[in-house]
Design a protein around this ligand. Structure first.
Ligand SMILES: [Zn+2]
Length: 245
């Protein structure tokens, strides 16, 4: 099958290089692990990014909520992930509401539209700033996000540049030379994130992808359809679906 032949080996190599790369915590195993601040919104990519961070660092989880788009289900999934990952600390930050049209939100509202990257990066600006500030406070070694774009195209270059500039901003004028911005899922396909998640023991039943606020996922919105497609392509059973059916 196409995916088995062409992609499994690179994915294994991503995981291997990630787990074996040099880090102060691995070099000095007798010392406590360094901290990493992890942005987590209760979703799948957040959970996988948290699991990867926890391999090498003591995670500090950061949940950002906006009054414009409160999601009790996302929040509940985040709380369940906190219970699972047992981070060193976890913080919730409330972002002020924006009383202006939001192009990114408008694109989300149309199920056929592909959201442009620029507005999504604008939404990330305050989150990266807050995460960087927490990282400085804790003298953390890394800021993790689960942002995923996929392997191809201009979008990847645009988002990679965004994080490269953030990294330079933090390290050069802010004088946090040791602080790394980690985006381990950036180039992966959605199904590869699921596959990687299974390899690092992600509790997928504690993640929320649905755009609705029901007790159970609706399995028909775009969030649910994308989730289902990723699990099918990865040839894995979604524990959230298994539990509820
Ligand atoms: Zn749904």
């Amino acid at each position: 099958m196409f995916f088995d032949l062409c992609v499994s080996a690179p994915l294994r190599s991503i995981l291997f290089s990630w787990l074996t790369s040099e880090s102060p915590s691995l070099k000095t195993s007798c010392m406590a692990k360094d901290f990493a601040v992890v942005l987590n919104n209760g979703g799948i990519t957040s959970a996988v990014a948290t699991a990867l961070a926890a391999q090498k660092f003591r995670p500090i989880l950061l949940y950002a909520e906006t009054s414009a788009t409160p999601s009790a289900r996302q929040r509940a999934a985040y709380d369940q992930q906190v219970t699972h990952f047992k981070p060193y600390r976890e913080h919730t930050v409330s972002l002020p509401p924006m009383n202006a049209p939001n192009p990114a939100a408008a694109a989300h509202a149309d199920p056929r539209a592909v959201a442009p990257v620029g507005p999504r990066l604008v939404e990330l600006l305050p989150l990266m700033a807050i995460a960087s500030q927490y990282a400085a406070q804790y003298q953390a070694a890394a800021v993790f996000t689960g942002v995923r774009v996929g392997p191809d195209g201009d979008d990847l270059a645009q988002v990679a540049e965004f994080f490269q500039i953030w990294s330079e901003l933090i390290q050069i004028p802010c004088r946090l030379a040791e602080l790394e911005v980690a985006t381990p899922l950036l180039e992966l396909e959605a199904w590869q994130v699921v596959d990687l998640g299974f390899q690092v023991g992600v509790p997928f039943e504690r993640t929320w992808s649905c755009n609705q606020e029901g007790t159970d996922p609706c399995w028909s919105c775009r969030g649910c359809r994308n989730r289902e497609a990723a699990f099918v392509q990865a040839a894995k059973m979604d524990p959230l679906r298994a539990v509820k059916r």
